[in-house]
Write a protein that binds this ligand. Structure first.
Ligand code: 6GU
Length: 247
């Protein structure tokens, strides 16, 4: 998968050299290109922002550098276009199912806004030549899109075939499509079996794989009911068996 990231702070993306994604880059599974938006400015001060029309606080990112950046990275009339992702608290929510959908793309282009955002004509015009999603991580405000892009790249990157060591570990994740959709993963344990007088639940040491799977599902249902009750309403009633209903 190819990723292009446009930002005024390329240094934010140093973590992409580390750990799982660093290895995915070194092995060629992930081809990441980080670009400084100021490369597409032409004035002495390399200006990327200006005051908002209509007044109000803060600054807005100017359309010209963004237009040139998108023209350079996704030339008009090319046979392939990237999917453009624009992180913004006004976007639609980023979810595990969106991460899975993005993991199936060949090429993603991330546009990191700062200040009060990017002049709205940039996304409007980009939509005439490529698929565009404005995406939010949740109901809070970050200082810019960079950290949001790191989050999305990690969520998408770990789903690429060959990136995780254990290929089927993603199926048990919270929110994983299938049995864990709308469920939070329950508690996990490792050795030693007793630590500070606290014991690991017997069932996990029993070797009964069917009973362990049942217990994990019960714990996931209980944890979800406790911490995210609104998620239970999203569970498909047909996916619940008699036992689930008693939990
Ligand atoms: Cl995607 N960007 C910014 N700047 N703030 C956010 C966000 C994104 N998601 C939640 N808050």
């Amino acid at each position: 998968m190819r990723l292009d990231i446009v930002t005024i702070f390329p240094d934010y993306f140093a973590p992409l050299d580390v750990s799982l994604l660093g290895k995915a880059r070194r092995t060629g599974l992930l081809d990441v290109h980080v670009h400084d938006l100021r490369e597409w400015t032409h004035d002495r001060h390399r200006t990327v922002d200006d005051t908002p029309y209509g007044g109000g606080p803060g600054m807005v990112m100017k359309p010209e550098p963004w237009g040139e950046a998108l023209d350079a990275l996704a030339p008009a009339g090319a046979s392939r276009v990237p999917r453009l992702l624009v992180p913004t608290p006004s976007g639609r929510p980023f979810t595990q199912s969106m991460a899975a959908e993005l993991a199936a793309e060949e090429w993603l282009l991330f546009a990191c806004g700062r200040y009060e955002g990017i002049d709205s004509r940039v996304v409007e015009e980009a939509r005439t030549r490529m698929p565009v999603d404005e995406v939010s991580l949740g109901d809070f405000v970050l200082a810019g899109g960079e950290v949001a892009v790191l989050v999305m790249v990690e969520a998408v990157g770990r789903l690429l075939p060959g990136v995780l060591g254990n290929a089927d570990s993603v199926a048990d994740d919270s929110f994983a499509p299938g049995a864990m959709e709308a469920l939070l993963e329950g508690p996990v344990y490792t050795k030693p079996p007793i630590w500070r007088e606290r014991v690991v639940p017997d069932i996990l040491l029993s070797g009964h794989h069917g009973a362990i799977a049942r217990w994990r599902r019960d714990e996931a249902l209980r944890r979800t009911a406790r911490t995210r009750p609104e998620l239970l309403a999203r569970l498909d009633p047909d996916s619940l068996d008699e036992h689930d209903r008693q939990v």
